[in-house]
Design a protein around this ligand. Structure first.
Ligand SMILES: C[S@@+](CC[C@H](N)C(=O)[O-])C[C@H]1O[C@@H](n2cnc3c(N)ncnc32)[C@H](O)[C@@H]1O
Length: 208
């Protein structure tokens, strides 16, 4: 079965996310710089990488491998073109995380920003179990109003995502990670312009 994210155009996503009254792409960019430098990881996997926002913060002196995973191949092609300077350090993986039989390489740090919303907690547990990261850093969006998409001329482009969207709660994410042996080590909040907020929650694997 196809995933509705395969129908979304990168321009529509990025134009919407960077609108003056949305301003989420810019906020995420800054938060990603902090995620990449927070831990002593030399390999990173970014789930739901879209157009590669934030990749300019990858420090090639320290980071030896970055995997960008997404279900939309055209997003990944754009990433590769935009970040040619990363060379072999940056590898893309086109995969639907919801599919059975998924295989992924292992990395030190797993980053999932505005992604758990679209795969749900259970699938996220499965993915973490495959990648076996030491650190996990997630940004989730907490909504105060009815809509998970901010008002914009692009609003209806995202109607098809209603079927796969899950409302996020910090506590449920923390519980779901604790069930698979990860303990919360950091929680940071960033207010957004329209009453929504981004919450970054980081986890450490407990068996090391
Ligand atoms: C809301 S966007 C977030 C993009 C980026 N992380 C950001 O913060 O701007 C969700 C991304 O996850 C990808 N995605 C959604 N469901 C997916 C799935 N089941 N498997 C792989 N990628 C998925 C989408 O194609 C999209 O690029």
């Amino acid at each position: 079965m196809s995933n509705p994210w395969q129908e979304i155009k990168l321009d529509d996503y990025e134009n919407h996310m960077s609108l003056e009254n949305v301003y989420q792409l810019q906020v995420l960019n800054e938060m990603m710089g902090e995620q990449f430098s927070a831990y002593d990881a030399t390999s990173i996997m970014i789930l739901g990488i879209a157009g590669g926002n934030g990749l300019e913060h990858i420090d090639k002196e320290r980071i030896k491998k970055v995997y960008g995973v997404d279900v939309n191949q055209s997003f990944l092609s754009a990433c590769k073109k935009r970040y040619e300077e990363l060379g072999d350090v940056f590898e893309t993986i086109c995969a639907d995380l919801l599919e059975e039989g998924l295989q992924l390489p292992e990395t030190d740090l797993l980053v999932a920003n505005l992604l758990v919303e679209y795969i749900g907690y259970e699938c996220f547990q499965k993915v973490v179990g495959l990648v076996k990261p030491r650190y996990v850093s997630c940004i989730i969006q907490i909504n105060t109003g009815d809509s998970f998409v901010s008002d914009s001329p692009y609003l209806h482009v995202f109607d098809c995502l209603e079927t796969v969207h899950h409302q996020m709660e910090e506590d449920r994410l923390v519980n779901c990670m604790s069930e698979i042996g990860y303990r919360k080590v950091e929680q940071l909040e960033q207010e957004l312009l329209d009453g929504k907020k981004f919450v970054r929650v980081d986890f450490l694997r407990e068996d090391i």
